[in-house]
Design a protein around this ligand. Structure first.
Ligand code: DLL
Length: 437
């Protein structure tokens, strides 16, 4: 049997001009739908002096007002719904730490569209009918489990709805049922790899061939570690609850950025300070417009993810625009002693210097000065090193971090396995400075 290259070839390889035409048609319709059915957004448009008649195509997108997380909190729980509640078949929700959770609603059409996006991601990672897909993202309100589960069904794979956690059971099912594709957060993939290794498995004896990892930032170095430990090709996948869930964009075999499912999601990059749209190739905040979702069709939603888009042709044949790995969030960037720092920069240095991705950043304040501590696990084979050696390593790691960041943290090397492992999104920063309410 010939392996399929695309899940929906015609759409995924559509010439760019045609995609833009399709987007324009869908946008005009979608704006009418939202204006008519979402009073909150109608008010925002009225205040900006724009009506659906002003929107003739994607070139008019900039006229529309943005939606931000604060709007979703304000309209909680149903104020952004664009269809009667009785037409909805599902909700999902974000894991929000403060304030009200965001609830996203789906009609059956919206679920189908989302599942198809995940199916495209799975096929791009080489999955086909004969594959066994282990979904180890959390199930429930989090979109990771349900999204990849739906995509895997569409492709016709045998789906193992493992959810996260219970690593012993994960390994048992993976090896007994010969799972070939693993879907989970990159930090959990790294942890599973560590546990498999401890049980004597090697890259050759682990049945997996591909992994689809996302939901949190991860570096190229972390990708290489995971690929080597599990003996797989590791693909990035991106998404957010507000826009549907995983599969808003996904990586292909080129592993060079994620193709955005442009027939459903229109992407822009804006200057996060001024809101001005930026030209392609410039770094800024990613903004999405849902082109054909029915229940929760957000227009110009500000993701806070800092990113770059590229139309460079891709060797995989897909024509949809690619987004780079998010480089951080405009709202999770740390400002330490006046310097902007992204946790992913720290991770990149640690991995490059031969340490593991198990680390913790602690920020505090002493005498009106920021304290900046990085706790990193020693590789097991170096655990017995003399105090002198460990101190020297701490110093050299601190120097490498200073070179990268422009400020130097205090580095603390701690025994292996002392930093708490994560089964979902890893919490890597503890900020005790209380810079926000
Ligand atoms: O994390 C959806 C998802 C599930 C994506 C499974 C991929 C796989 P939320 O919980 O709403 O949704 O979080 C969305 O997570 O705005 C990004 O900041 C971050 N994020 C998601 N995917 C990636 C990725 C899901 N591949 C927020 N790389 C987004 C970096 C990511 N950050």
């Amino acid at each position: 049997m010939v392996k399929r290259k695309y899940y929906q070839e015609e759409i995924e390889t559509m010439p760019v001009e045609q995609i833009k035409k399709l987007q324009s048609e869908k946008l005009v319709k979608q704006v009418k739908h939202v204006y008519k059915n979402v009073p909150y957004y109608r008010d925002l448009m009225d205040k900006k002096g724009v009506t659906p008649d002003d929107i003739h195509g994607i070139e008019d997108l900039y006229k529309l007002p943005f939606i931000e997380k604060s709007d979703l909190r304000e309209t909680y729980p149903t104020g952004m719904l664009a269809v009667p509640l009785e037409d909805c078949v599902r909700i999902q929700s974000t894991s929000g730490t403060t304030g009200r959770r965001v609830i996203a609603y789906y009609t059956q059409h919206d679920i189908d569209l989302w599942d198809e996006c995940c199916a495209r991601a799975l096929v791009a990672a080489g999955a086909d009918k004969e594959d066994v897909v282990q979904v180890s993202y959390g199930y429930g309100l989090f979109t990771g489990g349900p999204g990849l589960n739906g995509g895997s069904h569409k492709v016709g794979c045998l789906t193992l709805p493992m959810s996260s956690g219970n690593t012993e059971r994960q390994i048992q099912f993976m090896t007994d049922l010969k799972a070939t594709v693993l879907c989970c957060t990159p930090s959990y993939a790294a942890y599973l790899g560590e546990s498999l290794k401890e049980q004597g498995y090697t890259a050759e004896t682990i049945p997996l061939k591909a992994g689809i990892f996302g939901a949190e930032p991860w570096t190229q170095e972390m990708r290489e570690n995971i690929q080597n430990t599990l003996g797989i090709k590791a693909y990035d996948i991106y998404g957010l609850t507000e826009i549907s869930g995983p599969g808003v964009s996904f990586e292909c075999s080129e592993q060079g950025g994620m193709h955005i499912n442009e027939d459903h999601f229109l992407a822009e990059i804006i200057n996060p300070d001024t809101g001005e749209p930026l030209p392609e190739g410039e770094k800024g905040e990613l903004v999405f417009t849902c082109l054909d979702k029915e229940a929760f069709p957000l227009l110009r939603y500000r993701t806070r993810d800092i990113c770059v888009l590229s139309r460079k042709p891709c060797s995989c044949g897909r024509t949809h625009i690619r987004m780079a790995k998010p480089m951080g969030r405009s709202d999770d960037m740390m400002i330490i002693r006046g310097v902007n720092v992204f946790p992913s920069q720290i991770e990149a240095v640690l991995l490059k210097e031969g340490f593991s991705e198990n680390y913790l950043i602690k920020l505090g304040r002493e005498n009106n000065n920021d304290t900046f501590d990085v706790y990193v696990e020693l590789p097991p084979e170096q655990f017995d090193d003399s105090v002198k050696n460990v101190t020297a390593k701490e110093k050299s790691l601190a120097a490498a971090l200073r070179t990268m960041l422009g400020i130097g943290p205090a580095v603390h090397l701690v025994p292996p396995k002392t930093i708490q492992r994560s089964e979902g999104k890893a919490k890597r920063v503890i900020d005790e400075r209380k810079l926000h309410d």
